[in-house]
Ligand binder design. Structure first.
Ligand code: CA
Length: 155
């Protein structure tokens, strides 16, 4: 009984990770989304709340799953959205500002990604989704137009 529960848990994790891996190649620069708090590292589970995998979807992951059909993503349906509410479209953040990219293009025609489409980077001036990074939070993540994190003032 105990071993079968472990087996089912491992199987469900494997299926979930396979699912996000399959979706990564259906978004531009899906294998190059930067982790904004740790320069030089990649956020692998782009639609989830943790870089390696977390079952909770971030704002981008939720938008993607709303338009999925048979596990296939039509990128144009989410490209012009601003899932995390940071003022940049998903296409702008993932290096496809004109929303022209197709899976068959690979990396051709793409700019480097400028941010994460589902979680607000700390440098953005708005974050209406309220979803921010724990390690480097966005001060506007409260949804307010004023920063919610105070910066120490030096005399
Ligand atoms: Ca955005």
């Amino acid at each position: 009984m105990h071993l079968s529960a472990i087996f089912l848990f491992v199987l469900s994790c494997t299926g979930a990770i396979y699912g996000y891996s399959k979706l990564r190649r259906q978004i531009p620069n899906g294998y190059k989304v930067p982790h904004p708090c740790t320069p030089g590292t990649t956020w692998h589970a782009v639609g989830h709340m943790a870089p390696e995998y977390d079952p909770t979807k971030n704002a981008f992951g939720k938008d993607v799953h709303e338009v999925l059909e048979d596990s296939q993503l039509e990128w144009a349906k989410v490209c012009s959205q601003d899932s995390d509410g940071d003022g940049l479209t998903n296409g702008q953040e993932l290096g496809d500002p004109s929303c022209m990219w197709k899976v068959s293009d690979g990396l051709q025609g793409l700019a480097d990604p400028t941010g994460h489409p589902g979680i607000c980077e700390p440098g953005r001036k708005q974050c209406t989704s309220g979803i921010t990074f724990n390690e480097c939070p966005n001060p506007f993540a409260s949804g307010s137009s004023e920063p919610s994190i105070s910066v120490p003032q030096w005399p």
